[in-house]
Design a protein around this ligand. Structure first.
Ligand SMILES: NC(=O)c1ccc[n+]([C@@H]2O[C@H](COP(=O)([O-])OP(=O)(O)OC[C@H]3O[C@@H](n4cnc5c(N)ncnc54)[C@H](O)[C@@H]3O)[C@@H](O)[C@H]2O)c1
Length: 248
């Protein structure tokens, strides 16, 4: 049971819920690959993890770039001998209603969230199949159900749900589970900076009346990563305080 001595690559893990997830994994005995596209953040996060005594390496790579992803995975395998857990967490959102969105907004949102998850899964799955053991966890969003001003983001996250279900089917007999987490409103620095009026409106739609914390996502990732969670694949787990229960 657990994830002790497993190797975990968490993309976009120099910030937010990815960083907290990587920390929880390290505390539970996993070897960690911190990835992010911002070099200073990777350096800082790796230094913090080392200071805490964890086994960690840092890889600066843009997950939407195939060559960079392959290089990152090779370095991680050279350092730790394989990759057992992949968390496709790197993401961003370019928001706007249809007439205001640019082609660039669409491309970058789809490329980082969806193509990134595809490229990283493709690059790591050989190592998982070799061992007949692997865990892929995709961080989508409740917004895959649809949201005003969220066409690229909702489409990318819906694509991640399709990717999860398909890879669950393809890799099921090879010891690799593939699952998806759909977070709702999570307490991050972005929230703290949001206008009070917007915060009030968003909170009024939360059935639980509150935000989630980054640890709520880390908890869900820990469940899907566990050696014992082998009979759960292709699933979407909403961690959104019940917000998925109604549309709009
Ligand atoms: N925060 C929320 O309320 C919320 C809700 C639903 C879903 N999500 C999803 O959860 C994930 C993490 O969100 P967060 O709030 O912790 O975000 P965050 O911005 O704090 O962290 C995301 C990290 O990804 C990195 N990143 C961006 N583009 C990258 C690329 N091309 N390659 C590698 N790294 C890249 C960023 O530099 C950043 O450090 C995202 O996929 C996001 O869409 C967040």
């Amino acid at each position: 049971m657990g994830i002790e001595n497993r190797v975990a690559l968490v993309t976009g893990s120099a910030s937010g819920m990815g960083k907290q997830t990587a920390l929880r994994m390290a505390e539970n005995g996993a070897k960690i690959v911190i990835n992010d596209v911002v070099p200073e953040r990777v350096e800082k996060t790796v230094a913090e993890f080392k200071e805490a005594g964890f086994e960690v390496i840092g890889e600066v790579a843009d997950v939407s770039n195939k060559e960079a992803v392959e290089k990152m995975v090779k370095s991680a395998v050279d350092a730790f001998g394989g990759i057992d857990i992949l968390v496709n967490n790197a993401g961003l959102e370019k928001a706007g209603i249809l007439r205001k969105l640019s082609e660039e907004d669409w491309d970058i949102t789809i490329n980082v969230n969806l193509k990134g998850a595809f490229l990283c899964s493709q690059a790591v799955h050989h190592y998982m199949v070799e061992k007949n053991h692997g865990r892929i966890i995709n961080i989508a969003s409740r917004a895959w159900l649809g949201g005003v001003g969220q066409a690229p983001y909702s489409s990318a996250k819906a694509g991640m749900v399709g990717l999860t279900r398909t890879l669950g089917l393809e890799l099921g007999r090879k010891g690799v589970t593939v699952n998806c987490i759909a977070p709702g409103l999570i307490h991050t620095p972005l929230w703290d900076k949001a206008p009070e009026k917007l915060k009030k409106r968003l909170l009024s739609k939360q059935p639980t009346g509150k935000l989630g914390e980054v640890d709520d996502i880390a908890n869900a990732v820990m469940f899907f990563s566990d050696d014992d969670t082998e009979f759960v694949t292709g699933q979407v787990l909403y961690v959104c305080g019940g917000r998925s229960l109604f549309a709009g």
